[in-house]
Design a protein around this ligand. Sequence first.
Ligand SMILES: [Zn+2]
Length: 344
Amino acid sequence: MSHPSPTTAPGGDAAQRSDIPSRRLLLVHAHPDDESINNGVTMARYAAEGALVTLVTCTLGEEGEVIPAELAHLAPDREDALGAHRVGELAAAMAALGVTDHRFLGGAGRYRDSGMMGAPQNDRPQAFWQADLDEAAAHLVAVIREIRPQVLVTYDPNGGYGHPDHIQAHRVAMRGAELAGRADFRPDLGPAYAIEKIYWNCNARSDVEKGFARLSAAGVSFPGIASVDDVPGVVPDAEVTASIGGGPVYAAAKAAAMRAHYTQIAVDGPFFALSNDLGQPLFGSEHYRLVHGEAGAPEGEREDDLFAGIPAGAGSAVGGGESGSRTAERTEHRAADRMEEAAE
Ligand SMILES: [Zn+2]
């Protein structure tokens, strides 16, 4: 992003700047590394195309398992220094993707990694799993009203694979989107703003199966191979409504971003492994389900652009000038309608 124009009022938010990109994408994730694994291609592509790509990460991933033996001392049961380390990994990953706007929900360290479902860490007062939903969502409302994204990407209600922080990130993202569109919620956080389209991450079953077939044939260095059921958010192909690829440059950016998360991910060519040492395919094309908003592709066809069908200028009027309150009122009603449609 370029620097704010000289006309920017001191303290004015991004939405009031004249140089804010017309297309704005917000992604909400649980831990550093989830964004690169799920959306690395998408983020790299939109950043390269000049869109504002904003990542909100909900925890520092303090409870992650550490892969490199020489960094094992960072682990939560030793120095408990993994969170701070992963802040650096995330920054390097964002540099690889060309993304400059990344934030932690409520500020770095506000919410702690809850560990896997059922772990005693779930019950810590600071654990994200214990967060008050509306309080956590209010942090996101502030971001939504500041940057006014037309598109939001997050997980499905199961968080893709049942990790408590992923489930909670889904809840916070959906609740934040709903509350951001309500003029009666925290007017101190800015004028109401309704997001046009919301997507949940998913993986198309046939793609995953083909990926594992490639992996089996390739003979990679990982001690084992994962299975289709180990991949989060696998859905029947027919449920996928959008596919975002873009070719080898973006796939390479994604692989570089995943490599930046080196305490968590081992990358080998077009494959990778998490701390379980089981190889999985690294996908150069990412899939989504549209759960809120109008599809920008004909019935039965997949969108190839998350912004498809969004009217030019959508999201540009709220908070600026005479049409602000009218637009806020309209978007508030629209948000209420659509949130009902998107209800789980
Ligand atoms: Zn995660």
